[in-house]
Design a binder for this molecule. Sequence first.
Ligand code: TXA
Ligand code: MG
Length: 345
Amino acid sequence: MQTHILASDAAGLEQAAALLKAGELIGLPTETVYGLAGHAFDERAVPKIFAAKERPSFDPLIVHLAAQTGLKLADLSAHELINPDNIPSHLRPALESLMKAFWPGPLTLVLPRHARVPELVTSGLPTVALRVPAHPIAQALLQKTFPLAAPSANRFGRISPTEAQAVYAELAGRIPLILDGGPCEIGLESTVVGIDDEQLCLLRPGRLGIQELSAAAGQQIYPAKVHPAEVLAPGMLKSHYAPRVPLFLFQSDSELQELLQTHSGRPGIMLLQDLSSEFKAALDSRQAELEHLSPDGQLETAARALFGAMRRLDQNSDFILAEWPQAETGLGFAIRDRLTKASAR
Ligand code: TXA
Ligand code: MG
């Protein structure tokens, strides 16, 4: 199959909509990462998502929805997406506050599913993950079509793509079309919130942090408990977002120095803060590839650059050394989560 990258103009959107209606898949820009999208209720399309990604069928998909003003749980039920009867009543106002505050946006809610949602989408779980993306191209397409099941557009276990070329590198020959929406604004996958033990809990950290979410919800959102026997959100599997070459973490110049001494080959270094010029000069002899993620010192900038830099270093170096963010909340927590997973073997 030939894979075309098209500009997201009227003609591109038209072609994308036609392919989706025919049960095909497309690469779709969102504000978090690029998605691999197919009609969530089409039994021809959903298996193709798992096949193209080489994703095991036990890992459920997020269903993306068109934005609608004043969206309530009752509307999600009317659209045959959720079964609100199975939501504890003390959580309903909090969930609706989260929807109001962060949809459209980088928040995914995992809620009791409606019987009409295909089992393959939810991997047989009693819940379905829903998100209303804010990206104008994703929204334009959703408004023209139907709910779209879309995991990140990478092969299973690999780095999420944050630009159209990266989707091409992952899925060329497997899908007919990638819509080019430029680089993703956020660069990390959405924050996932679900219900566990009658409480709201954070299943995957992202741009939106626990404090911000709890403030909007009007109640505390808890970090997910780790269930040893079951996989609550398979994105929480330890090794995920993994480059092919080994990745190690450092927190100080001395730790970086030590890692450089103990590993041979060409280093790829992901920095949050700039190195001294002496240190840089010393790295020249190792032909190190440097990626400075945050020239302005902002974690938002670092998050946006993270996966692209990891992807380049994976290609150009023998091992990656990544600076560990000092901030342990909000985006710092989300970046730590992705780096931990990238370093797991
Ligand atoms: O930002 C995003 O969320 C991107 C864009 C494309 O929207 N999508 C994305 O999808 O990251 P994916 O499939 O790579 O990650 C979805 C995460 C996985 O960790 C999955 O296990 C979890 O959401 N998830 C989906 N349905 C779930 C469910 N019913 N219960 C628990 N976790 C679920
Ligand atoms: Mg993913």
